[in-house]
Design a protein around this ligand. Structure first.
Ligand SMILES: [Zn+2]
Length: 100
């Protein structure tokens, strides 16, 4: 009976060790960057605090919900729109929708 308990304990400790090792490995690959390290296992977690290299930040239009690059967007009063027409439409409308 005591052996079974010992086995379970060993199993739990082993799982914990594997988890700790994986976390350590992920941190190392994240710090090293993308020079051949991510080829081993998918490299799913590439964003480690800093953005990967997005060409441009994207904004979400308040009026229609379309995502547009920030350079193409129009921002009025701290709100971003995909085009000037939507900004005007949103401004012309009585503020019922964005009153939270
Ligand atoms: Zn829009």
């Amino acid at each position: 009976m005591r052996q079974i308990v010992l086995l379970i304990l060993l199993f739990i400790v082993g799982q914990w060790l594997v988890k700790a090792l994986r976390r350590h490995d992920a941190q190392r690959t994240g710090a090293r960057g993308a020079d051949g390290a991510g080829a081993a296992n998918g490299g799913a977690r590439s964003s480690n605090g800093q953005q990967p290299q997005l060409a441009e930040p994207m904004i979400r239009c308040v009026e229609c919900g379309v995502h547009a690059p920030k350079s193409d967007s129009v921002s009025v009063a701290g709100q971003a729109f995909c085009c000037a027409a939507h900004a005007q439409r949103h401004g012309a409308r009585p503020s019922g929708r964005d009153a939270r």
